[in-house]
Design a protein around this ligand. Structure first.
Ligand SMILES: Nc1ncnc2c1ncn2[C@@H]1O[C@H](COP(=O)(O)OP(=O)(O)OP(=O)(O)O)[C@@H](O)[C@H]1O
Length: 313
């Protein structure tokens, strides 16, 4: 379990994280979403003791990171995949981490194998591609066999096969009962990976809910209907208080659920060829819900220093 309680971080006049409270439970993948500059990396860095809160706390199973005796055995994290010393080999890097946390050496080969780096374990990390560095970062996170895992933008720089691999890995780790907390900009990927979401904007909590609830909240509650008797049905639905819009060969009905539409159709002897509730996408929900809290709009995205990659702040 990860728990933020009134977590606040100020950098001069900038409030990066603002009185943020949320909890991340075991056995699930929880996505951490927010527009650029929302405070995701800062929150993760404070959870990992890489930065200190101005006030409030973020606790790992009830303790702040600095109070964990062997932190890597409790929480594994991928924050900055390029953090490794470039002249070290992957195996030497993991061996160094294992020693510092009294982790058995045999675990090194296990995690190298788990992330598919066995063949290059003796090579200099400086020559690794971003994808290979991400895999090494994930091996480091898994090294202590921790109950809690935090990944900041884990699919950055990965190809589709790598992205699928990460998604399956996250699901497996959650199925094993671990707490998996993962930030990403790729909303469609998050929709496939996370069943819970913590959404922040400008350092503040916007929402904590299941992914389904988050999407449903922003969806229009509309139902698409096709019928050979559309005009008759349209009249009956409008009389019953629904709002109806025509699109191509169908109508989109709002203000009435599928069951009531079906019953109204039956009462008027109207045959239905389609009755499908319209699901909003996570992108749609995210834009709708975080709309006002977007700090850097796309026309500013290129401005230097404003779009911070994880680990550069
Ligand atoms: N070391 C720092 N000094 C000053 N300001 C900082 C520092 N680190 C972060 N910030 C500011 O804090 C805010 C939150 O940044 P943070 O990197 O945590 O956001 P983020 O949600 O991870 O963004 P992104 O998705 O772009 O990585 C931003 O306004 C950023 O400019």
């Amino acid at each position: 379990m990860i728990e933020a309680v009134s977590l606040t971080k100020r950098y001069g006049n900038t409030v990066a994280v603002d009185n943020l409270s949320f909890s991340v439970k075991p056995g699930k993948v929880t996505g951490f979403l927010g527009p650029n500059g929302a405070g995701k990396s800062t929150t993760m860095r404070m959870a990992l003791g890489l930065d200190n809160p101005t006030s409030g706390q973020i606790r790992i199973d009830g303790k702040i990171y600095q109070d964990l005796k062997y932190p890597l055995r409790k929480v594994g994290a991928l924050v900055d995949p390029r953090w490794v010393h470039p002249n070290r080999s992957a195996r030497a890097h993991l061996a160094w981490m294992a020693r510092s946390n009294r982790i058995q050496a045999k675990r090194i080969d296990e995690v190298l194998d788990a992330v598919g780096l066995t063949a290059v374990a003796g090579k200099r990390v400086g020559g690794f591609s971003l994808g290979m560095s991400q895999r090494l970062g994930i091996a480091s996170a898994l090294l202590g066999d921790p109950e809690i895992l935090m990944f900041d933008e884990p699919v950055n720089g990965l190809d589709p096969e790598g992205i699928l691999w990460i998604r399956n890995l996250m699901h497996r780790l959650a199925d094993e009962g671990r707490t998996v907390f993962v930030s990403s900009h790729l909303l469609s990927e998050m929709a496939l990976t996370a069943s819970e979401l913590v959404v922040i904007g400008r350092g503040k909590l916007i929402s904590q809910s299941t992914t389904d609830e988050f999407v449903a909240r922003a969806s229009d509650d509309a139902v698409r209907v096709r019928s050979p008797h559309l005009q008759r049905l349209r009249g009956a639905l409008t009389d019953a208080g629904a709002t109806v819009h025509e699109v191509d060969d169908a109508i989109i009905v709002s203000g009435m659920d599928s069951a009531n539409i079906g019953e109204t159709a039956a009462a008027h002897n109207v045959v239905l060829h389609e009755l499908s509730p319209q699901q909003g996408s996570l992108e749609q929900a995210f834009m709708q819900i975080t709309g006002d809290s977007v700090q850097y709009h796309s026309d500013l995205d290129e401005a230097p220093g404003q779009v911070l990659a994880s680990g550069t702040n």
